[in-house]
Design a protein around this ligand. Structure first.
Ligand code: NAD
Length: 314
């Protein structure tokens, strides 16, 4: 399994490191406009390889993407303190317009894994660019709310005293302020949240819910205020997606891909649970949402759609 990573800043290089730790690929090529950066990151990660599993990590150019099955795109500028992801759109869209054709020239069958923010809109644009090169949208996958779902499970797991791997709950919609935490369908080892808290005698009132909601929704803002950027969580998420592709794991992940219609909003890209395998996206899974969650999802779709339209009308 050969993986390319375009953009080797904090997110790209952490993804590379997580891929090595996870043993998700045998070859990782790092590409960045800042060649010094990609050379330095490749060397630093190479020196970790003897502690894990043999993985060939090197700095290269687009030609080296030949044969790559997945390409992570983490190029761009990151969120500044106080800046929303939507404000990043214009700056990052320009960068992506040159990267996608160059990557598909050398790796036409690769699955593109987009991390660059605002990830929903950037994935929407990337899918359109990729379609011009005959790449299907099933092979253009945005990390979407994969990270937000992990944050939700982590906070639920801590509060409930359970390994988060046994907590099934999803964050859908925008990877951003309007995301939707789907409280109505959480289960812990097959038991509903309501039954679980009764059985384990865990306090789970509205204040706890509010605290978890805020912890998930505002995670990026808080981390960025404290240390400038977020990268461990997304690096692990990207490595997980690569692993799923490498092993055709058929995992259910809240990635984003273009959708024809979400709650009446047409041609929009946002996150829902998808089945992911070796060839990319195998389709969305239907979710049973309550009325409030349906409305919140529609609102989130409308917010993304407005930004897409605003961008496309320019
Ligand atoms: P960073 O500034 O550390 O790194 C960005 C890298 O992109 C730099 O090394 C830069 O040289 C490179 N780059 C710029 N233009 C390029 C081009 N044309 N070709 C190749 N490389 C290019 O930023 P970061 O913290 O690594 O964040 C990267 C992106 O990931 C940002 O958009 C950020 O908002 C996003 N992000 C997404 C998530 C998520 O959940 N999807 C989480 C965290 C960050």
């Amino acid at each position: 399994m050969k993986v390319g990573i375009i953009g080797n800043g904090l997110v790209g290089s952490t993804s590379a490191y997580a891929i090595v730790m996870r043993r998700a690929a045998s070859e990782v090529v790092l590409i960045d406009v800042d060649e010094k950066r990609s050379i330095a990151e490749a060397a630093d990660i190479q020196h970790a390889v003897p502690f894990f599993q043999a993985t060939d990590v090197y700095s290269g150019s687009y030609e080296h993407l030949d044969g790559a099955r997945a390409i992570i795109i983490a190029a761009g500028v990151s969120q500044k303190p106080g800046e929303t992801r939507l404000m990043l759109l214009e700056r990052n869209a320009v960068i992506l317009k040159s990267i996608i054709p160059a990557a598909l020239k050398y790796a036409p069958d690769a699955i593109l894994l987009i991390a660059t923010n605002p990830v929903d809109i950037i994935t929407h644009l990337c899918a359109k660019i990729a379609a011009e090169y005959d790449a299907p949208s099933s092979k253009v996958i945005g990390s979407g709310t994969t990270l937000d779902t992990a944050r939700f499970r982590a906070l639920l797991g801590i509060h409930l005293g359970v390994d988060p791997q046994h907590v099934h709950g999803y964050v859908i919609g925008e990877h951003g302020d309007s995301e939707v935490l789907t409280w109505s369908n959480i289960d812990i080892g097959g038991i509903s949240l309501e039954d679980f808290v009764k059985f384990r005698k865990v306090n789970f009132d509205e204040d706890v819910k509010k605290e978890i909601d805020s912890g998930v929704r505002n995670a990026a803002y808080k981390i960025i205020a404290g240390k400038g950027s977020t990268y461990y969580g997304i690096g692990a998420a990207m490595a997980r997606i690569v692993d799923v592709i490498a092993r055709d794991n058929r995992a259910i992940l809240t990635i984003c891909t273009p959708a024809e219609n979400i709650e009446g909003i047409k041609d929009v890209t946002l996150s829902l649970p998808h089945l992911i395998g070796g060839n990319g996206d195998l389709g969305t899974l239907p979710m049973k949402l309550n009325d409030a969650e349906c409305k919140a999802l529609q609102r989130s779709a409308a917010i993304i759609k407005e930004k897409i339209d605003e961008y496309e009308k320019r």
